[in-house]
Ligand binder design. Structure first.
Ligand code: SF4
Ligand code: SF4
Ligand code: SF4
Ligand code: FES
Length: 898
């Protein structure tokens, strides 16, 4: 850790001068000499060095001569000091480095022809650069390959003991799954304890390994690096928006790599605050769904009880005829549409335009409705911005992070790495408040385990503690005395002791959290599924905004209230207007000026102001027969929503259900027509990530079968309905969006948003605030089922799409088992695999159990990605009255031995 503080903004590093190859160089004192040399543009070979972690100093390649020393110095582990006189070139250094390469090669198997790293190997490169031709001393190690991991194979014959894999895992990712172990006379990298690798399977160790010692099980022996086409694109799994390279051979995606690589080892450590360039397991190993055999390759049309493969032309004729007929007979409001936030911005834009300008209805929604819209509405209402204000750099450099209701390693693993860097490099205090023992809780300075579903009460307690302890920022509160008075009155009834008793968070912890948050100079709140996907999510976000306001953290650099997005383009879905309440740019659908602007641009009359149905309302109207035709793009409500929402009944009643998807989903099986859509790998466009960055999605392979990009299908449909759309590519749609939303495509940079609470505080706050702190009677535990059943995401999956990726299913198959705390299992006298009866107010089912230490006592968990058995059907649904967000991820259950 010795060299890191120089990059910490709180540590003022001294500026020093030293001489490198006769030139005077100014640098920060205490940083690696290697970093100083490479900052001058001079690249010395360095096989064990990577700028993202501390130097290890094992390979012996980065040698330089320092005046006053007889032998060459390893520049990576040497600290730069004032007055150093350094020479980086010369025959002596060349020979010394050559010797180091020869030493590595003397115990290297030279099986380059069958090595995945052939042609992409730092050892090969340095051997070539130094003219190493005499390999007569090469000695074989004959170490058996370790193939026990589901995704990575370890061939220690090829290892040069550089420790890059160990260091990235320990230092950058704080996972620490690997170690050196002396085995068979050689220092080998093994999973901790020499057991089968059990880790997050992010593959970053594979990325930084400079040789072919760690290989990707899914692509081994499938390619030579020079056969591959490399396409830079954005991951399609979560809202982190990681940049990745889809490497393809012919029409097949062979592997996924990313900017983190031994080939990309030079950089300023301060830059890692924006991201270290790695991927998570989903991004790196979840690509095989793209060319899965299960992909839809041709349109299907219902003929009798069968879905029959039918040519595009015939299918589209039928679809258009039936949509047109329904519109003619019953009006445009008999039609509705749903779209996934895995579509690109351009497609989401086109979708809402198709629904509004093509069909003439405002009945449309996207998967942002499952939670993100709670955050968007609260933030817009209070601050005038419908998005998170902070980017990854703010998060990394925060001094205090309040992470509430977020199992962030599971949902947004690379945002989690930012918090890890905040802890490790910037010494941030991190308070993790959750009802699960999350991975981040284990690393945080202040982990707090609370009772499930009590996040809102916890916020009440923190706000109250902030006022009680007078942790307020008077400059902010004095500006709005009425609002502050109203807040004080609203929380007056709150007793910290009662909050503690109901939530499990002690009074001391509540006060401590309030103090840490208020007293830190850069304080960030990050709330996620435990807030936005739960009942009262909208109100709870507003309460977090109250906390940030009274402590003076709104609008301050590096401070703010944020959320994460679980799907890649939930933010884009909202920004593009794929919600009945928004036109593109988050303009209110009822705002006359905005309506006029879009009506003019699209040359149509928009559906009436105040019209429009969201997801829950659409399903209701399908059931009642008001909506007769539904167009579903990439969504799968039948598999997502609990039985109590009667999705099957709603879909059954439809006269026309058209599903557009890369796969034949449960919803698609009920459709009258199924249109095969491309995945993100087969199309161009953009996603907007959780920081508000607009990131490019690029076509890496041709569409599979006869599938087409969603924008292409929508354009064809619109034109057949009588629109005159001339889009020939995603770029054409982008050009239109650019005109209507100037500045949106600030590619690669988050658009700056400045939250402003003044309007709200002086207008409406005082009447609003009491409602969100209204006391709710605690439920009598005697009348309550004893366990909380939670459903949520696991790291290895994302929605249902990842379940089509064999690599991810190999790592995390559906066990069909309920995860429970081992103590609870003991109390119920059930062992691993024992069948239990799980009963909620909605019904009952039998399933086996498995122990999981991360599950808190009196809680049980089932991953939301799987429907066998259909645990989701035990869930009750509560719809937020302001935002229409349906919450269905938590309920009370009884567990009995079956
Ligand atoms: S895959 Fe990731 S978590 Fe696992 S050992 Fe490698 S770097 Fe560590
Ligand atoms: S496995 Fe690769 S990265 Fe790890 S020590 Fe060996 S050569 Fe280095
Ligand atoms: S799933 Fe999310 S964190 Fe993982 S690689 Fe993709 S965008 Fe990054
Ligand atoms: S890079 Fe310095 S010893 Fe390896």
């Amino acid at each position: 850790m010795g060299l890191k503080p120089a990059t910490n903004p709180d540590v003022e590093a001294v500026a020093i001068e030293l001489s490198i190859d006769g030139k005077s160089v100014t640098a920060k004192g205490g940083v690696s000499l290697y970093d100083v040399i490479s900052s001058t543009g001079k690249i010395i070979p360095a096989m064990c060095y990577h700028y993202t972690f501390d130097p290890f100093g094992s390979c012996g390649m980065c040698l330089v001569m320092q005046e006053g020393k007889k032998a060459p110095v390893r520049s990576c582990t040497a600290k730069a000091t004032a007055g150093m006189i350094i020479r980086t070139e010369g025959d002596d250094l060349f020979q010394a480095r050559k010797k180091a390469v020869e030493k590595h090669l003397s115990v290297h198997p030279l099986d380059c022809p069958v090595c995945d790293a052939d042609g992409h190997c730092e050892l090969q490169d340095t051997a070539f650069q130094h003219g190493v031709t005499n390999l007569a001393n090469a000695k074989q190690k004959f170490i058996p390959e370790d193939t026990r991991s589901p995704v990575l194979d370890f061939n220690m014959n090829r290892c040069i003991a550089c420790a890059e894999c160990i260091n990235v895992c320990k230092d950058v990712l704080m996972i620490d799954a690997l170690q050196f172990m002396k085995k068979g006379g050689f220092n080998q990298v093994v999973p901790k304890g020499d057991l089968a690798l059990s880790c997050e399977f992010c593959g970053d160790c594979l990325a930084v390994c400079p040789v072919g010692a760690i290989t990707n099980k899914f692509s081994k022996y499938l390619y030579k690096p020079w056969q591959m086409k490399k396409t830079t694109t954005t991951c399609n799994y979560c809202g982190d928006g990681c940049q990745m390279y889809l490497e393809t051979k012919d029409a097949e995606v062979v592997r996924v790599t990313s900017p983190l690589s031994w080939k990309n080892k030079w950089g300023d450590r301060a830059e890692t605050a924006k991201g270290h360039g790695g991927l998570c397991v989903r991004g790196r190993f979840g690509f095989e769904y793209i060319d899965s055999a299960a992909r839809m390759k041709q349109p299907l049309l219902r003929k009798g009880n069968q879905l029959v493969e039918t040519p595009w032309l015939e299918t589209m004729h039928q679809v258009v005829d039936r949509f047109s007929e329904i519109r003619r007979k019953h009006g445009p409001d008999a039609i509705a549409g749903l779209i996934t936030a895995r579509c690109t911005n351009e497609e989401l834009y086109l979708f809402q335009k198709l629904m509004r300008a093509g069909f003439g209805t405002n009945h449309l929604d996207s998967s942002a409705r499952y939670g993100h819209l709670n955050f968007v509405h609260a933030s817009r209402h209070a601050l005038g911005i419908g998005r998170s204000p902070n980017d990854w750099e703010d998060l990394t450099k925060a001094k205090a992070v309040l992470l509430i209701g977020s199992n962030i390693t599971e949902t947004n693993p690379l945002t989690a790495v930012r918090i890890k860097e905040a802890i490790r490099v910037y010494n941030a205090q991190v308070v993790v408040i959750d009802s699960t023992v999350t991975n981040m809780a284990k690393l945080a300075s202040h982990p707090v385990l609370i009772k499930p579903g009590t996040e809102g009460l916890v916020i009440d307690g923190i706000v109250k503690a902030t006022l009680d302890l007078d942790l307020i920022d008077e400059d902010c509160t004095k500006k709005h005395p009425q609002a502050f008075k109203a807040l004080k009155a609203a929380v007056a009834h709150i007793s910290l002791e009662k909050v503690a008793a109901r939530t499990g968070m002690s009074v001391e912890a509540l006060k401590n959290t309030a103090t840490i948050f208020a007293e830190s100079s850069r304080s960030i709140i990050l709330c996620a599924e435990g807030i936005v996907r739960q009942p009262h999510g909208y109100q709870n976000v507003l309460k977090l905004i109250d906390l940030a306001w009274v402590t003076g953290k709104l609008g301050q650099p590096g401070c703010g209230v944020n959320t994460v997005t679980e799907e890649p383009n939930e933010q884009g879905a909202v920004d593009m207007g794929a919600a009945p309440e928004f036109l593109p740019g988050q303009a209110s659908f009822d705002d006359q000026t905005a309506r006029d602007r879009f009506a003019k641009a699209w040359d149509v009359t928009l559906p009436a102001a105040g019209s429009g149905a969201n997801l829950v309302e659409i399903l209701k109207r399908c059931r009642s027969g008001q909506i007769r035709a539904l167009y579903v793009i990439g969504e799968n409500p039948l598999a997502t929503l609990p039985a109590s929402m009667e999705v099957r009944a709603a879909l059954d009643r439809l006269e026309l259900l058209v599903v557009q998807d890369p796969f034949l989903t449960d919803t698609a099986r009920m459709a009258h027509a199924v249109l095969p859509a491309c995945t993100f790998a087969e199309k161009d466009g953009t996603f907007t990530n959780l920081e508000g960055r607009v990131l490019r999605v690029r076509e890496a392979i041709d569409p599979i079968g006869e599938s087409l990009p969603d924008w292409h299908i929508m354009t064809a449909l619109a034109n057949a309905l009588g629109c005159q759309w001339e889009y020939e590519s995603s770029n054409d749609i982008q050009a239109e969006i650019m005109k209507l939303l100037p500045g949106y495509y600030n590619l690669g940079q988050p658009r700056k948003v400045v939250p402003s609470v003044d309007r709200y505080l002086s207008n409406g706050y005082a009447t609003d605030v009491a409602a969100r702190y209204r006391a709710s009677a605690p439920s009598d535990p005697k009348n309550q089922r004893p366990f909380a059943l939670l459903m949520g995401q696991v790291l290895y999956h994302s929605g249902k799409m990842s379940t089509k990726a064999p690599g991810l299913i190999t790592i995390a198959p559906n066990t069909g088992r309920l995860r429970m705390n081992p103590q609870d299992m003991e109390r119920l006298a059930v062992g691993e695999g024992t069948t239990v009866r799980l009963t909620s107010d909605r019904g009952s089912m039998q399933l086996a159990v498995q122990p999981d230490q991360s599950i808190a006592p009196q809680t049980c968990f089932f991953p939301e990605h799987f429907n066998e058995p259909p645990v989701k059907d035990l869930m009750l649904v509560q719809v937020d009255p302001t935002t229409g967000v349906p919450s269905f991820k938590q309920t009370r259950v009884t567990i009995e031995k079956a």
